[in-house]
Design a protein around this ligand. Structure first.
Ligand code: GLA
Length: 413
């Protein structure tokens, strides 16, 4: 009987996409993977192992140190939270030693601090680190997540067949939906298909997922960040149009404040991620982050670019001899003239800042009433500039200058 009800429910939602009303702007929060990986050794490394204590501590810091007040709201568990086997009745069980109070208690803790709770699973037989996956248990697991009051599900794609993903990911999205508990749905569907030589069906993906990974895992290095920046620039015609309110490309976590990025490089990652309308998921030890990196992560002006309600993903509009210019249309709008966020990136390594000089017109800013231009890192206000005005910026090696040009209305209006 129950399964008949389930089938009826399923078919009644078959024609609809995700439409869960969530992630109207890219999700912001904290995610364990890049920094804390699959450290399960709570005996020798109790402060850094994947455990309820780690997530509680990060929750406390997100609230106490001002991250929540600039928009970071999800505390997301990644891989390695599970026991290696399901319970005798087929349920997912959190590792009993590392999560002694169970997932519902962690979820309650995070909610009691005013934040939201995310969890990780995998569409295949196993998660990437070898814990039980959801295949064969999709309904059970969707209901379990709802019972745990999960707000965000990242569904990875290891140990699964990429050809099955069109069906599998969309089905699980529907199963999440019909639990009645709204959950942001983060998919790894395209990236595994691309690796398998399949051209992803992005129009299907964007109707079923709130965000999706297109490319490699980020690692703790500038080379990795550059590699990701190049991927999103080189493939922007295919990728950028799929982003919009409720559905986003995910270039992976922010590694700002870890070991691999200099201050300049960290600023570049934050600037480009905001141009890409990327989810802002910090993966860093918030207990020990240096103030200068915290400052980057809490830059409200750049966060506002990322969170721009129009939700248009930006693009690389210039690339020559190590200099790149990235541009994103944002609000406010005057008639059909957008405002813009512009990132000037210096990929050169020749030790001295590079000058870039360009007219607003060359950047596509052609409204005759002009643009109020300000620097989003340096708090410099250039005043109102016009399409023929030439602006000159000095960009440090592997660094960025980020400007916003806010469209001006004609004075007689
Ligand atoms: C994959 C994902 C990562 C992370 C790991 C966990 O590699 O892309 O983001 O979730 O699995 O094992």
């Amino acid at each position: 009987m129950l399964s008949i009800v389930w089938i009826i429910l399923l078919s009644s939602t078959l024609c609809h996409g995700l439409d869960n009303g969530l992630a109207k702007t890219p999700p912001m929060g904290w995610l364990s993977w890049e920094r804390f990986r699959c450290n399960t050794d709570c005996i020798n490394d109790p402060d850094n192992c994947i455990s309820e204590q780690l997530f509680q501590t990060m929750t406390d810091i997100v609230v106490a140190d001002g991250y929540a007040s600039v928009g970071y709201e999800y505390i997301n568990v990644d891989d390695c939270w599970l026991e290696k086997h399901r319970s005798h009745d087929g349920k997912l069980v959190a590792d009993r030693k590392r999560f002694p109070n169970g997932i519902k208690a962690l979820s309650d803790y995070i909610h009691s601090r005013g934040l939201k709770f995310g969890i990780y699973e995998d569409y295949g037989n196993y998660t990437c680190a070898g814990y039980p996956g959801i295949i064969g248990y999709e309904e059970k697991d969707a209901l379990q997540f709802a019972e745990w009051n999960v707000d965000y599900v990242k569904l990875d794609g290891c140990y699964a067949l990429p050809f099955d993903m069109d069906r599998g990911y969309s089905t699980f999205g529907r199963l999440l939906n019909i639990t009645g508990k709204s959950m942001v749905y983060s998919c790894s569907w395209p990236v595994y298909q691309i690796y398998a030589g399949i051209q992803p069906n992005y129009s299907a993906i964007q109707t079923h997922c709130n965000l999706w990974r297109n490319y490699d895992d980020i690692q703790d290095s500038w080379a990795s960040v550059e590699n990701i920046i190049d991927y999103y620039g080189n493939n922007q015609d295919l990728i950028a149009p799929n982003a919009g309110p409720g559905h986003w490309n995910d270039p992976d976590m922010l590694i700002i404040g870890n070991f691999g990025l200099s201050y300049e490089q960290a600023k570049t990652q934050f600037a480009i991620w905001s141009i890409l309308a990327a989810p802002l998921l910090m993966s860093v030890d918030l207990r020990t982050i240096r103030p200068q990196f915290k400052h980057i992560l809490q830059n409200r002006k750049i966060i506002a670019v990322d969170q721009d309600p129009l939700g248009i993903q930006g693009r690389r509009i210039y690339k020559h001899k190590g200099i790149e210019i990235w541009s994103r249309p944002i609000g406010p709008l005057y008639q059909n003239f957008y405002s813009y966020a512009i990132a000037f990136v210096n990929r050169r390594t020749d030790g001295t800042p590079s000058d870039i000089s360009v007219t607003l017109k060359e950047l596509g800013l052609i409204n005759y009433s002009g643009y109020r231009v300000e620097d989003l890192y340096e708090n410099v206000d250039y005043g109102v500039l016009y399409p023929n005005t030439k602006i000159k910026v000095k960009v440090n090696p592997s660094g960025v200058v980020m400007l916003k040009g806010e469209v001006q209305f004609p004075v007689d209006l």
